[in-house]
Design a protein around this ligand. Structure first.
Ligand code: TYD
Length: 138
């Protein structure tokens, strides 16, 4: 989506069911998030100082959750950048298509859970920042 902006990327507050034995947060397709989940993956054992992302997607929507620990996400639409600190397992960052993202400052032992609207497709990635800027300008 060429017209998307970082202001379309928002924190979604998930409901939090509190139990004495622990908490539960829930994500429901097309209710909590504006898409249906086709794929779930998670990043873990991330070495200190490492960054992830460094790409955009043409169609993919994602909800990114710090299931454990914390990390920062910078989103960039080619004009404006916004940085979100994710450090609550009951909050998710919605990233719409056409947004460059960087994930960094992972705390030790953190887990980044990603709910995605489509299956893995390398053709959906834009991995060059120059190409991304051209894509957004057209
Ligand atoms: P990538 O999305 O580039 O990583 P990140 O954004 O977390 O830095 O994925 C890294 C590699 O993992 C990619 O080259 C192929 C593989 N991969 C899959 O095979 N399936 C998937 O669903 C994902 C997300 C990645």
């Amino acid at each position: 989506m060429k017209e998307s902006t970082v202001y379309n990327c928002t924190i979604i507050e998930l409901d939090k069911h509190h139990h004495e034995k622990g908490n539960i947060s829930v994500v429901e397709n097309n209710e909590t998030i504006p898409f249906g989940v086709q794929r779930t993956y998670y990043l873990y054992d991330i070495p200190g100082g490492e960054s992830r992302g460094g790409h955009a997607h043409k169609e993919l929507q994602q909800l990114i959750i710090a299931a454990s620990g914390s990390f920062s996400v910078t989103v960039d639409d080619g004009n404006v950048k916004r940085t979100f600190l994710l450090n609550r397992p009951y909050q998710g960052l919605l990233i719409v298509p056409g947004i460059w993202r960087e994930l960094y400052d992972f705390s030790s032992g953190s887990v980044c859970l990603v709910l995605a609207s489509h299956k893995y497709e390398e053709a959906d990635y834009i991995r060059s920042y120059e190409e991304f800027l051209e894509y957004k300008r057209i």
